[in-house]
Design a protein around this ligand. Structure first.
Ligand code: UDP
Length: 324
């Protein structure tokens, strides 16, 4: 039996694929390489394919006996989703329906899904718990919420077993430096600050200095990509034990401000760079921190790399020594 990793050439998917292989699973990475990197797939088999194409999905399921699917294949730029919602609804929602259809036809009923704290929208309180009302404020978050709802209905009607993992801010890289984060365009704060530290960028812009936070910059909950990968393996065990399905936040229940990220990068890299105040970015809530109590209690998840200097240190090692 094999595990299918849709989107396994991407940042988070490639770390999950590595960890599945280390744990002894046979994996098949399925990716259209629109956002992913072929070089990131260093373990298991690779199939280039697209979830919009039934023949591509069908080919995988007829060639291999798939025991469970990790589904990370999606577009994930919030700003782009506002301008091009159709692209997001087709790729993230319709293509997930395609995947579920073929899974059903082949008797595969286990899926672990990459969701996001963007499903909550403006939080009513922090740390955010899984039962907080979900009111996404952009199409990206809405596509993920729609898929979450689809799983609930498919579970009742067709017996789908699912785990939805709502990531907070994924960060860091494989400590051994074999794989890491690489987006084009890059929009995430840690790689951008590292670019400023290494001189690839002239400066780092801080979006907003008048938020209601202690230093005025936005607070986020950064979670190490290796801890995310570990939670995915635990989610698989949870389904293997026969559990039907549930929703979990993956964060550290700890907030770090943008200015604290800048300070961490200065400490870790021992470099100085220009920090430029800039206007707020539309749609940014002041503070997003997720309670991980449920994932710790139910999945037995124990994040190992919560310390921000460790997260930044691993990202820096990747940034300086590798890259694709
Ligand atoms: N941010 C910033 N400058 C940048 C990129 C991001 O100040 O060049 C801020 C952004 O406004 C947010 C935080 O960094 O408060 C994290 O943003 P990122 O895009 O990394 O993740 P998000 O929270 O949007 O998923």
């Amino acid at each position: 039996m094999a595990i299918l990793v849709c989107g396994g050439a991407g940042y988070i998917g490639s770390h999950i694929n590595m960890q599945l292989n280390r744990a002894g699973y046979e994996t098949i990475v399925f990716d259209n390489l629109v956002c992913g990197h072929r070089e990131a797939v260093k373990w298991g088999k690779f199939i280039k394919g697209d979830l919009s194409n039934f023949a591509d999905i069908e080919k995988v399921f007829s060639e291999y006996r798939i025991d469970a699917v990790f589904h990370l294949a999606a577009y994930a730029y919030v700003g782009e989703s506002v301008g091009e919602p159709e692209k997001y609804y087709y790729n993230n929602v319709v293509n997930t329906l395609n995947l579920l259809k073929v899974m059903g036809q082949h008797g595969c009923n286990r899926i672990i899904f990459s969701s996001t704290c963007a499903v909550y929208g403006e939080p009513e309180y922090v740390p955010i718990t899984e039962d907080m009302p979900q009111n996404p404020i952009n199409p990206y978050g809405m596509t993920k919420l729609m898929v979450e709802r689809i799983f609930r209905d498919y579970q009742k009607a067709y017996g789908l077993q699912f785990v939805v993992l709502r990531y907070f801010n994924a960060a860091g890289a494989d400590p051994a430096g074999k794989i890491g984060e690489s987006h084009n365009p890059e929009t995430h704060i840690i790689p951008l600050v590292l670019d400023a530290a290494s001189g690839k960028r002239a400066d780092i812009k801080i979006f907003g200095n008048d938020y209601e936070t202690p230093d005025g910059s936005c607070i986020r909950d950064y979670v190490h990509v290796m801890d995310l990968a570990d939670a995915h393996l635990k989610a698989l065990h949870y389904l293997e034990e026969g559990n039907k399905g549930d929703f979990f936040n993956l964060g550290n229940t700890a907030g770090t401000s943008v200015l604290e990220i800048v300070e961490a990068v200065k400490r870790v890299t021992a470099r100085e760079f220009i920090v430029t105040p800039a206007a707020r970015r539309p749609g940014d809530p002041a503070k997003l921190v997720g309670s991980n109590e449920k994932a710790v209690r139910v999945l037995g998840w124990a994040p190992k790399y919560g310390d921000i200097d460790t997260i930044v240190g691993h990202a820096w090692k990747w940034h300086e020594n590798a890259g694709y």
